[in-house]
Design a protein around this ligand. Structure first.
Ligand SMILES: Cc1ncc(C[n+]2csc(CCOP(=O)(O)OP(=O)(O)O)c2C)c(N)n1
Ligand SMILES: [Mg+2]
Length: 517
């Protein structure tokens, strides 16, 4: 394609493709029509339709976490972006590279304050860098900068592009393929200082892993560091992407509730963070400290956007620890006749996990018990909800399946959270995504009942009960999935779950199993 013959929209898509972007999760409108046409004219970009923008942004997050490459979204004006913000918030917490392309009114129409006019830049600024196209001379250049921005912390960047600049002929040369920014390397001095601190503190140290400190190689290095110094290893409570099972050490997540996290860290003379932020409580509770580690204990080996993996490998070399031999317990398989509870589900899924699976976990009911049991499972990758805005698990599983079509994806999903973005099921059906969705159907916002209890409310009144119940009417997940074109069945016992999970994995997804708890 020569620069003279192409439109601004072509220039934008071409620049994205040349920057290595391959997938665009889209829900376009009138102001993005030139971009939709450009996706047909410019080869190299797969377009995936999401039926609500929070599906698009969550799928972009899941895709980019697994592909290690940025994803593009195409969203309609301010309201489209606003619908996608909750999962962009989660993606920002995961440091995921995403470029949002948001159309705006034609430049000369903006002054009339037409119904769909809004402050798109203000919305976009809540999650990262904002680029507004103000002429037709630099659309490709700006897109290239936005992709580069997405590969720097915090990960999200947005390009706002008025419809006329998309439509008119581009007046620029499109950037050629060039290297993308990669994770910053940690300098040797810092690593040497951490080594000294670990030697000095010995067994009273904790190493908290996050970011790319949770790859297989990084966890093995952390294991060696622990064997050399006696340091206790933890994984951040909600990792973006963590390898687990397949002989890896059983690294616990830092507990969610602050009292338990504080107890886990209280004797630590050093808390070495490797790819994780300094740990703070998820919420503030009266009388409970927000900062979880003892004063002055935190030592940074690598911040989340830095290369924690190589820093851990170098630290392990300096400290000289040997790799301990794997001694994994077997997973206790619950009895086939047992009923489904969070615990029996967690064990059953862990015991039957296919090799090299990706597990997108959202919700605590089966999520926590699964994590505990999954250390002894086959090798897999876990994706969690990093920012606490629920409605992330199903889109994230969809995106992961598009990034890794050869790997089985399991979405271990609480029901209430799943209903925020249930439309993701339709995209799974359309894209033939290899996802098995396991719904923990307790027909309640159970975790909120626990939180009500923590606020001293153990006797729920009718309003509190109603606001935390999804029963009456009960949601029929099998009918819902079928309605979206996804095959589904219901399981009420461990045996039924085991059989239908194994069958679905063999058949290939998408498939949904409603687990009646
Ligand atoms: C966007 C957003 N809205 C609301 C909440 C508050 N919230 C946290 S957990 C929860 C309910 C979760 O229920 P479910 O997913 O069914 O989990 P479980 O029953 O397994 O605890 C709600 C509404 C939130 N975290 N994010
Ligand atoms: Mg629930």
């Amino acid at each position: 394609m020569s620069a003279e013959a192409i439109t601004g929209a072509d220039a934008l898509v071409l620049a994205a493709v040349r920057a290595g972007v391959q997938v665009c999760f889209a829900n376009p409108g009138t102001t993005e029509m030139p971009l939709v046409s450009a996706l047909d004219r410019v080869p190299g970009m797969r377009a995936v339709l999401g039926l609500q923008e929070n599906v698009c942004t969550g799928a972009a997050d899941g895709y980019a976490r697994i592909a290690g490459n940025s994803a593009m979204t195409l969203l309609h004006l301010g309201p489209g972006l606003a619908n996608g913000l909750a999962n962009l918030h989660n993606a920002r917490r995961a440091h995921t590279p995403i470029v949002n392309v948001v159309g705006d009114h034609t430049s000369w129409h903006l002054q009339y304050d037409a119904p769909l006019t809004s402050d798109i830049a203000a919305l976009a600024a809540t999650v990262g860098a904002v680029h507004t196209i103000t002429d037709r001379n630099s659309i490709g250049q700006v897109m290239r900068s936005a992709v580069d921005d997405a590969h720097r912390s915090p990960g999200i960047s947005t390009v706002i592009v008025p419809a006329d600049y998309q439509q008119h002929e581009a007046a620029e040369a499109i950037p050629q393929v060039g290297p993308r920014p990669s994770r910053e390397t940690v300098d040797g001095d810092r690593i040497a200082k951490v080594a000294k601190r670990l030697r000095d503190t010995g067994q009273a140290a904790v190493v908290l892993l996050g970011g790319n400190g949770l790859t297989r190689a990084a966890q093995e290095a952390a294991w060696r560091i622990s064997s050399a110094t006696g340091a206790v290893l933890f994984c951040e409570t909600f990792p973006a992407c963590a390898e687990r099972g397949g002989g890896l050490p059983n690294i616990d997540r830092l507990p969610y509730f602050p009292e338990r996290a504080i107890a886990a860290l209280k004797d630590a003379a050093a808390v070495v963070v490797a790819g994780a932020d300094e740990p703070v409580a998820y919420f503030g509770y009266e009388g409970v400290p927000s900062v979880l580690s003892p004063p002055d204990a935190v030592v940074s080996l690598a911040r989340p956007q830095e290369d924690a993996e190589s820093a851990l490998l170098e630290l392990a070399e300096i400290l000289g620890g040997a790799t301990p031999s794997a001694n994994q317990p077997l997973i206790e398989q619950p009895d086939d006749a047992a009923s489904l509870t969070g615990s029996t589900v967690g064990h059953t899924v862990a015991a039957n996990l296919p090799e090299n699976a990706i597990v997108s976990v959202e919700g605590g009911t089966s999520g926590y018990p699964f994590y505990t049991a999954s250390a002894a499972a086959r090798a897999h990758t876990v994706l969690t909800n990093t920012g606490g805005a629920i409605g992330q698990g199903l889109p994230c599983a969809l995106g992961a399946a598009i990034a890794a079509p050869d790997r089985p994806v399991i979405a271990l999903q609480s029901d209430g959270s799943g209903l925020y973005t249930a439309q993701a099921l339709w995209s799974m059906g359309r894209e033939r995504a290899n996802v098995v969705v396991l719904i923990a159907a307790n027909h309640s916002y159970n975790v909120l009942r626990t939180e009500l209890g923590r606020h001293g409310n153990s006797e729920f009144g009718p309003q509190a009960r109603a606001l935390t119940s999804l029963a009456d009417p009960c949601i029929d997940w099998v009918a819902l999935a079928n309605g979206f074109g996804v095959a589904a069945n219901r399981a009420t016992t461990v045996g039924e779950l085991r059989k239908s999970l194994n069958d679905a994995v063999v058949a290939g997804g998408p498939h949904l199993i409603e687990m009646v708890l």
